[in-house]
Design a protein around this ligand. Structure first.
Ligand SMILES: C[S@@+](CC[C@H](N)C(=O)[O-])C[C@H]1O[C@@H](n2cnc3c(N)ncnc32)[C@H](O)[C@@H]1O
Length: 214
């Protein structure tokens, strides 16, 4: 991997175990999990909606979804795990879409881009890192007007989790109500759809227009 593509972020140097990477590689070969199947469905719909588009995946992992994005012009994957990035690159070569991909080994909080994207998926937030107003503003700034944002949140569980959520404390687990509040505060984005799967809520947002848009 070229040195200029390596992040110098707090997370740099962190790596996922070989077993963890392998579990995702296998999941993409045989996507049996319900949540993964629904993710595939969302990606296929997005791909059908757009033409010649640019896409950014924050926390791309093995980026196995990329093979479904046939109409994309440019696919960018950011992940701080060198192992994940190596597997993602291998996957892209084997499946014949390496020519339109770019992988960046960086902590997403340190990732900056001159480019804007037609669609972004923030896989890292709501599971690894808390969703916040600055994060949503950053995603909005990287989106073209009318661009789409995919993000999933993990819902709070138990009394303490719900209390933390009510108090607005930073957590990777937040309620839909709190997420909607963060979107309103960030501005510029409107929620198009919300789908609950077990303890996760998956959102599709759009930049500009709508109630929250500018
Ligand atoms: C649940 S896995 C994603 C798997 C991916 N969707 C796939 O299908 O292979 C989450 C990924 O986020 C990455 N990650 C976690 N925190 C990150 C951060 N702060 N910056 C960049 N990547 C991060 C991990 O290395 C991991 O590959």
């Amino acid at each position: 991997m070229a040195d200029d593509l390596k992040g110098r972020a707090p997370g740099h140097g962190v790596d996922c175990s070989a077993e963890y990477v392998e579990s995702y590689r296998r999941t993409h070969l045989h996507p049996e999990d319900l949540e993964y199947r629904l993710s595939y469905y969302r990606i296929v719909l997005l791909d059908g909606l757009l033409r010649d588009y640019s896409y950014l995946d924050a926390g791309c992992g093995t980026a196995g979804y990329f093979r479904l994005m046939r109409n994309a012009r440019r696919l960018t994957g950011v992940d701080y795990s060198e192992r994940m990035i190596a597997t993602a690159q291998d996957f892209s070569v084997r499946n014949g879409y390496a020519g339109k991909t770019r992988f960046v080994c960086s902590d997403f909080s340190a990732f900056e881009s001159d480019e804007t994207y037609d669609a972004i998926r923030l896989g890292v937030y709501g599971s690894y890192l808390p969703v916040s107003v600055p994060v949503l503003k950053k995603a909005h700034a990287m989106l073209r007007p009318g661009g789409f944002l995919l993000i999933g949140i993990t819902l709070p569980q138990g009394f303490r989790g719900r209390l933390r959520d009510r108090l607005g404390l930073a957590s990777t687990r937040i309620s839909g109500r709190r997420f909607e509040q963060l979107v309103r505060e960030a501005g510029g984005l409107s929620i198009l759809t919300a789908t609950r799967v077990r303890h996760r809520m998956h959102y599709l947002l759009r930049s500009g227009g709508g109630e929250n848009g500018t």
